[in-house]
Design a protein around this ligand. Structure first.
Ligand code: SF4
Length: 262
């Protein structure tokens, strides 16, 4: 059973008005991932339109995957959704994915990065951006292509994490060749879906808002298999996610108003 929710939400990019079919029965938290991605994409589309109108069209294009060497953080619900999706793939594909993940693990371990990333996943407190910065830089220095990147094309495009959907730039593509040295102009993100989903997970489990780096996501989701199978009422989960989204957007409005007062 599904219930239609009519959403009208003001974001810094404009108002989203959307109808979303939400499951009303008991579902795992991963069930709200596609719904929240959709809202995030609708808000992002408004932001992109605004950017184009002001003469700054995004320069990102299919086949340009320089940013797919960065560390991609997932919320816990996204890690569960990704693991579940991988399990739906034909067995040869699952084996290929597993092989890539284990090769990357060996490489990251040999640089001491895996250990740091594992500690981040299990940290008893929410990780700050500052704490992530050092390991982010070490990871990026390896220029390890994402484990789902083939011929510079994302092979999980419809399933890609929110962080990948939200990174768009208007600066010249060549600037993305070295994201540490070169300045880039990212398009603002009206709703950070992984932050919203992380906050939902925090409230449901009394755990910190996890940031799970993509190379660890499948292993992490397997480790928390039991938690990933817990269920809640779908409409209540979605309500919680909308509440977190509203708070996120309110904070963005407050920041914008503070900046304009300066
Ligand atoms: S999931 Fe896809 S879009 Fe995201 S980093 Fe990997 S290849 Fe790139």
């Amino acid at each position: 059973m599904r219930e239609r929710f009519e959403i009208a939400l003001n974001t810094p990019a404009g108002q989203i008005t959307s109808s979303v079919d939400v499951p009303t029965g008991f579902v795992p938290v991963s069930a709200i991932v596609p719904l929240m991605r959709r809202l995030g994409e609708e808000a992002q589309a408004l932001e992109v339109a605004r950017s184009i109108e002001s003469g700054n069209a995004p320069s990102c294009q299919k086949g340009c995957a320089a940013c797919c060497r960065m560390l991609v953080p997932l919320s816990a619900p996204e890690a569960f959704a990704l693991r579940d999706w991988v399990r739906t793939r034909p067995s040869e594909e699952q084996e290929r994915i597993a092989h890539r993940f284990s090769e990357a693990k060996v490489r990251l371990m040999s640089h001491g990065i895996w250990q740091q990333l594992s500690a981040l996943c299990e940290a008893p407190l929410t990780i700050t951006d500052e704490a992530l910065d050092g390991v982010n830089r070490m990871y990026y220095a390896l220029r390890l292509p994402c484990l789902f990147l083939e011929d510079e094309i994302c092979t999980i495009y419809d399933e890609r994490p929110a962080a990948c959907r939200e990174l768009l730039v208007t600066s010249p593509p060549m600037h993305c060749e070295d994201l540490i040295k070169n300045p880039i102009d990212p398009v603002s993100v009206p709703i950070q879906v992984s932050t919203v989903l992380g906050l939902v997970w925090q409230e449901l489990t009394n755990a910190p808002t996890r940031l799970i780096p993509l190379p660890l996501a499948l292993e992490w989701a397997d480790r928390y298999e039991g938690e990933s199978r817990r269920t809640w009422k779908g409409d209540e989960l979605f309500d919680q996610a909308l509440d977190k989204t509203w708070r996120f957007v309110s904070q963005s409005f407050a920041r914008i108003s503070k900046d304009s007062d300066k």
